[in-house]
Every structure is written in C-alpha cells, then in structure tokens.
Design a protein. Structure first.
Length: 183
C-alpha cells in the first residue's frame, strides 16, 4: 500500500482508536517501510532497525487499546515514538559496553525478496549516511523527516515538539550546510 488519502488515513485511525485490529494492520502496511527507513538512518544495524520498528507499532497499539487514549495524527505519533525509541536505545547503549554489528541477513520490510535489491538499498543508505553524518544530529533529523520520509512541516513540528517556524529555520539551515558539504 503506497499512498493514502487524508480521509482514508483519518478513517483508519478512527477505527484503530476504537480497537479495530484490521485497521491497525492497514496502518502498519502503510507506515512500516517508511519508519524502518527513518530508523535505519539512525542506527547501525538493519536488525536493530527492524526491532525498533516492530517496537514502535507494538507500543502504539498498546497505547491505542486503552480507552482513554486517542491519537489525532498517526504519522506524527509513529515517528515521535520511533524517535524516542532510538534515543532510548542510545541512552542504554551509552550505559553498556556492548557493541552491535551490522547484520547482512534480514527480513525485508519493503516488500521485495531480491538479495540484489537489499544490497543496493544498503549501499544507498550508507552513501547518504556518510554525507548526513557531516551534519549535526538535529540537521540530520529534519533532512530525513522532510526529504527522505516526505513529512509535512506540521508533522515534523509535532514530532520534534517545535513551532512550525523553528522547523522551517532548521530545514533552511540544514540545507545550507548540506550544500556546503556536497561541494
């Protein structure tokens, strides 16, 4: 399931807010690959990105099934949950001395089983990561959210808990630095 209209998204969210598992499964289909990509840019391991992606959907479902909890913007909620789980991972990692290695064998969330495609995607991600690593963490995040994940300024402002004007300024500054790095 690629694109989705705002009305269909609202309808699915309304049903999921009422505990409809099928509606939530459709939400998963819509956002799983996008969230995986967002998380994959932030962590070193494909396997870890898959685990965190699954955790995002598990935590969101647990939140949704509580009668007093309602979500108004599912995309922003999922991305914010993903961001928080990545932050939690790095906090825990800094407390531990264990290191994680990249895993070349993994489940593909993009819907294709081609090994060549997996390798191409990993190479592209690594190339983009090299350029993005030259930017500050905050700049990396807004570039990924806006241009790789295609989120709106409003959604990014909800995820980052910043005013829309602040998000515009962050994106502008990040692009300016990125252009310098690409020269």
């Amino acid at each position: 399931m690629k694109g989705i209209s705002k009305n269909k998204e609202r309808e699915l969210l309304k049903e999921a807010n009422q505990g409809d598992e099928q509606a939530y499964a459709q939400i998963y289909e819509i956002y799983a690959a996008k969230l995986f990509r967002f998380i994959r840019f932030k962590v070193s391991s494909r396997e870890l990105a898959e685990d965190i992606t699954q955790e995002v959907f598990f935590k969101t479902w647990r939140y949704l099934i509580e009668p007093e909890n309602k979500i108004k913007n599912i995309k922003a909620f999922l991305y914010r949950t993903a961001r928080n789980l990545v932050i939690d991972f790095y906090i825990q990692k800094s407390k531990a001395t264990l290191s994680l290695e990249d895993d070349l064998v993994s489940v593909d969330l993009t819907g294709t089983d081609s090994a060549d495609h997996k390798i191409d995607v990993d190479l592209q991600i690594n190339e983009i990561k090299l350029v993005l690593k030259k930017l500050s963490e905050q700049y990396q995040e807004v570039i990924i959210l806006r241009f790789l994940d295609g989120l709106s300024i409003s959604e990014i402002s909800q995820i980052l808990d910043k005013a829309k004007n602040s998000v515009y300024v962050l994106i502008h500054r990040a692009l300016k630095v990125l252009k310098k790095e690409l020269k």
